[in-house]
Design a protein around this ligand. Structure first.
Ligand code: TXA
Ligand code: MG
Length: 339
């Protein structure tokens, strides 16, 4: 008896928002759109409600959740010690696709932070998320609304595919915009550290605070990541994915060699590369990196083992939002071929 609640009026002050907020206030789980991906929400101050998130997703209990709030005022009620540079980051990038890891003051339930002394907090920018959070007036814990290990959902239908029968509702606000998750940045030290690349780019962050560290685990495969969630296998499509770096000609050679062995292939590539490739299925991710990010998870979910045996995906340059896209693709890939 999942409630599929459609939010489609223009003032975001509708019956739909009220219905979703009522379920959340009752301690139920509701998926809702943000500008990055759909989140699976529950009252962050209610540990029984938060537990339902872990159960629905099959999420390991040691992986902390992000607390979502509508305003800076609400954010400050969840944390201690906001250093001056954090105020600067918040002023510049929030509401938006960025999560700050800050010392927790214990207002949120302990299972939100998986027992850590810090908490990830985010002010999303999506009008539906904003309306919902303002209506609830409580912090909402929300990981991406997918089964753990699968690509994050960028449409209400993706959520339905993964979580039907396991959650109370979906607030459907259409496809999300950014398409990859928020940047997670640890702001507990004098110099901030990026734990997960995302919607706000390293270049954007550097332009505001100058010095920024990057979690060594993002660069070297042998380091243990500081964001618990980054150690898990993630974003896995149903069929194996090979990430291939090189010219169109080099990518085509990989395709041809596999096809000669009877392997059925779907290709994911930028519009310009896609035009030059031949395979059973060709999926153009878009003309530029923003479009590629927006379409990535839909593409990773599209191909089932009944359609193809292998996904071959073009590797992109790791600048701007390309860093987040390549971070996700490297986790999704069973093989990375560098030419
Ligand atoms: O865009 C997003 O961030 C989406 C939308 C729904 O807001 N949410 C999302 O949540 O991607 P999730 O749970 O799928 O990813 C949160 C990441 C995980 O890697 C988790 O380990 C890390 O943030 N994280 C959360 N709290 C943390 C903390 N206190 N310290 C370190 N890492 C933390
Ligand atoms: Mg996730």
């Amino acid at each position: 008896t999942l409630k599929w609640i459609i939010q489609d009026d223009e003032d975001y002050n509708s019956q739909a928002i009220n219905q979703a907020a009522a379920l959340l206030k009752q301690g139920q789980t509701v998926a809702f759109p943000t500008e990055t991906v759909y989140g699976l929400g529950a009252d962050a101050t209610n540990s029984a409600a938060v537990l339902k998130i872990f159960e629905a997703k099959g999420r390991p209990q040691d992986n902390p959740l992000i607390a979502h709030v509508a305003t800076l005022e609400q954010l400050t009620k969840l944390v201690d010690n906001i250093q001056p540079y954090v105020k600067k980051l918040i002023d510049t990038f929030s509401p938006g696709p960025i999560t700050y890891v800050l010392p927790s003051n214990g207002v949120c339930a302990e299972n939100v932070t998986a027992g850590l002394s810090t908490i990830g907090v985010r002010i999303p920018d999506h009008p539906v998320a904003q309306a919902l959070l303002r209506n609830c007036d409580i912090p909402i814990a929300a990981p991406s609304a997918n089964i753990s290990g699968k690509p994050s959902p960028t449409t209400a239908y993706h959520v339905f595919e993964d979580l039907q029968g396991k959650i109370a509702g979906i607030l459907d606000g259409g496809a999300t915009g950014v398409g990859v998750e928020s940047t997670v940045i640890d702001c507990t030290e004098a110099i901030p550290t990026i734990l997960r690349p995302g919607g706000i780019t390293v270049e954007q962050l550097q332009s505001v605070v100058g010095d920024i560290n990057v979690d060594p685990a993002l660069v070297s495969a042998t380091e243990r990541p500081k964001a618990p969630g980054m150690k898990y296998r993630h974003y896995s499509p149903e069929v194996p994915l090979w990430l291939v770096q090189g010219t169109s000609l080099e990518i085509q050679q990989v395709i041809d060699k596999e096809q000669a062995n009877g392997v059925k292939i779907a290709v994911l590539a930028s519009a310009s590369t896609a035009k030059q490739l031949r395979a059973e299925e060709i999926f153009s991710l878009g003309d530029n990196m923003n479009e590629i990010a927006a379409h990535l998870y839909d593409a990773l979910r599209k191909y089932k083992s009944s359609d193809v045996d292998l996904i071959v995906c073009e590797a992109f340059s790791e600048v701007g939002i390309g860093q987040a896209v390549m971070n996700r693709l490297k986790k999704a890939a069973s093989k990375y071929m560098e030419n």
